[in-house]
Ligand binder design. Structure first.
Ligand code: ZN
Length: 350
């Protein structure tokens, strides 16, 4: 029976560049069939005159349509986007549900209506469908928008597989246990959004292995590096990029000594390969707070920080979080953000 060393040699041959890539379920390739609807319209803020008009005139329902926006308006593959539903004055929108590219969006109510986060697929670009359902005045509503997602190219590296590779049942069982534990935590995010400031880097942004790098064997991409490696010497600090709650810490086969932070609304970020960890599960961390010390534990060949991010359990590029800021709570906040964005010529609100 093939045991230990041969299996490790195999894993290192397959996954061991600077940082191990963690095999995940296959990602769907390509966008779902695009429905025949218009592209997402700019987010509509109702003016005070319209609001007064809407509240003065009772039903007929619906007085004003829902306003749906996605930010940024031209997102890239594997990035985090904000979904905003503005409910006009009048009947409330009850128990709305939303999906983007057939993935659930966790929605929470705020002053303007409902808001949530979505993670765009690592391998899907083109036109993706945003689907929103809910009830107003006892009537079912179904809104659809099409989001245009910009494609991105991932680099790839060839890998070699050494002969005599064999699996180790004990290691396989451990990996399966850890994968199940981590997956269950990744989908246990709170619906309270914790960050009040834009996301920052957990270490200085010197990238040593890019997000999405494909490991090619026999001409096919066998796995992707679903995180971003940042340079770090052993013992240097890793820091919370935004406020969050420590969702999970542990010593795992691939990830080594790892910290998982829950920021709320389904967004979790993770930090791998530490030599030591200084936070505990349940801790609330502030932006810039020390999480641990850079190391090379788990499937890693040199000290560095591997940074991952997930929305509702699906991997996204953590770099898409840099500068990310939620949530305008009032119409005035959104208007101010829109004004600023148009002045910046970006056209996006956050
Ligand atoms: Zn990595």
């Amino acid at each position: 029976m093939g045991r230990g060393p041969t299996n490790l040699a195999f894993m290192l041959a397959v996954f061991g560049s600077a940082c191990a890539s963690i095999p995940e379920a296959p990602q769907p390739v390509g966008a779902p069939a695009a429905p025949d609807v218009a592209s997402a319209e700019p987010l509509r803020i109702y003016t005070p005159v319209e609001q007064a008009e809407a509240t003065r005139v009772p039903a007929p329902y619906p007085a004003l349509p829902l306003s749906v926006g996605v930010s940024p308006r031209r997102p890239r593959q594997a990035s985090v986007v904000t979904v905003r539903i503005i409910v006009p004055p009048g009947p409330a929108l009850e128990r709305p549900t939303a999906t983007l590219a057939e993935r659930d969006v966790l929605l929470v109510r705020d002053d303007l209506g409902w808001i949530g986060l979505a993670g765009l697929p690592v391998d899907g670009s083109g036109l993706l469908e945003l689907d929103i359902r809910g009830r107003r005045n006892g009537v079912e509503e179904h809104e659809r928008r099409v989001i245009r997602v910009e494609a991105r190219e991932y680099p790839s590296t060839r890998i070699r597989i050494s002969a005599g590779a064999a699996s180790d049942p004990e290691v396989d069982a451990r990996i399966a246990r850890e994968r199940q534990l981590i997956r269950s935590r990744l989908t246990a995010s709170t619906d309270v959004w914790l960050p009040e400031d834009p996301f920052d880097w957990p270490r200085p942004p010197v990238r040593t292995s890019p997000f999405g790098e494909g490991r090619v064997f026999n001409g096919a991409v066998r796995s992707r590096h679903l995180g971003l490696d940042l340079r770090g010497r052993r013992g240097q600090g890793t820091y919370a990029p935004a406020a969050g709650r420590v969702l999970l810490t542990g010593s795992f086969f691939y990830q080594g000594n790892a910290v998982y932070l829950d920021h709320g609304l389904g967004l979790v970020t993770a930090y791998f390969h530490h030599t030591s960890i200084v936070v505990e599960e349940g801790d609330i961390v502030s932006p810039g707070q020390l999480l641990g010390r850079v190391g090379s534990t788990g499937r890693s060949t040199a000290p560095h920080l591997h940074w991952s991010a997930y929305v509702n359990g699906e991997s996204v590029d953590p770099e898409s979080l840099i500068g990310f800021l939620l949530i305008p709570k009032t119409a005035a906040d959104v208007e101010a953000a829109e004004t600023q964005a148009s002045e910046d010529n970006g056209g996006d609100w956050k």
